[in-house]
Design a protein around this ligand. Structure first.
Ligand code: ZN
Ligand code: ZN
Length: 334
């Protein structure tokens, strides 16, 4: 099979992903073989490629995978050949530790990430445990469904962790793949949304999706924020967002790794009055399942820009430059 493989970390400008021929993987016990149709692009792949998050190497990246079941390992019960499935960041967890038993398998010490610890979807085929594959609601095309699996599902987790309540204000810092899905959930549940983003096109998209206020990162919104989610890769957003929080407000930091350090926080300006900061690690099976059914109900239809699998390097460079509208998706050839 064809796959875009990462053998050595390097900046994306050096085009480190190479097209290679790999053997088609064989599904083991309770695993399915998936013939990949599309795979979404994510900032986490840039982190892996550029070494901020160390994947096992060599690695086939990609953790927003839509495809069809093309092979069944022994003991598979839930799926049959030809079923459409999605695969997200969670590739497996131990299922036995306290975190797994409490429904927080995202925190399992044995958590394995798709396209990081196990081969992902920048390829014609991949394997996954059937437990971590999800049926995809019919109303979505393959390309529309892919960004739901990370940008969407993790955005759902971000919003849940923000603890926001009806009638409150939500600030979104950065307005890319995840934020443009979060705003659709937030509007559905009746929260007022304030969007802080630089690019004119991102600002226009935020207005079109119902933001009450849109401005740059240094602009002053008309109201304090009860909750905020930081999607930006820069450290400066943290103190800025904390400053704009209402007393008792919570900031959720959705990005795994910042490109530059977080500036020192001033206790009285940034944290006093019971303000909180919460990080987000991975997603659970339940996040993916709950979000997929919510997305079909609202419905949330992501904006997507399509590329060929062979264009992965160029597409990821555009992602790095903030030049993709909504979510980028790689189409995998037959
Ligand atoms: Zn992701
Ligand atoms: Zn576990």
């Amino acid at each position: 099979m064809k796959a875009m493989v990462l053998r050595e970390t390097a900046s994306i400008e050096k085009e480190p992903l190479k097209m290679e021929d790999l053997p088609v993987p064989v599904p083991g016990n309770e695993e399915i073989l998936v013939k990949v149709s599309v795979c979404g692009l994510c900032h986490t792949e840039l982190d892996e490629i550029e070494g901020r998050l160390q994947p096992k190497l060599p690695m086939v990246l990609g953790h927003q995978v839509i495809g069809r079941v093309a092979g069944l390992g022994s003991g598979v019960k839930q799926f049959k050949l030809g079923d459409r499935v999605g695969i997200a960041w969670i590739h497996s967890a131990c299922g036995k530790c306290d975190f797994c038993m409490g429904g927080n398998e995202n925190l399992c010490p044995d958590f394995k990430g798709t396209g990081c610890d196990a081969h992902g979807g920048y390829a014609q085929y991949m394997v996954v445990r059937e437990k971590y594959a999800y049926p995809i609601p019919e109303r979505f095309s393959d390309s529309q469904a892919a960004p739901l699996l990370c940008a969407g599902a993790i955005g759902y987790r971000d919003l849940m962790l923000s603890g926001i309540k009806k009638g409150q204000t939500l600030g979104l810092f950065g307005f890319g793949a995840s934020a443009h899905i979060v705003i659709q959930m937030a509007k559905y549940w009746g929260y007022e949304v304030f969007v802080f983003t630089r690019g004119e096109e991102h600002q226009n998209l935020a207005r079109r999706l119902g933001a009450s206020w849109v401005g740059g990162p240094d602009d002053q919104p008309s109201q304090k924020l009860h909750c905020a989610i930081d999607f930006t890769p820069v450290g400066e957003t943290l103190p800025r967002a904390l400053q704009l929080l209402e007393k008792g407000g919570r900031l959720v930091v959705a990005v795994i790794r910042k490109r530059n350090p977080i500036p020192p926080l001033d206790y009285s300006r940034h944290l006093w009055d019971e303000k909180e900061i919460k990080s987000v690690a991975n997603i659970t099976k339940k996040d993916a399942e709950d979000f997929l059914s919510l997305a079909a109900k609202i419905p949330i239809i992501p904006e997507v820009q399509e590329f060929e699998l062979a264009e992965a390097n160029q597409a990821l460079l555009l992602l790095k430059q903030g030049k993709i509208q909504g979510s980028g998706v790689l189409r995998v050839m037959d």
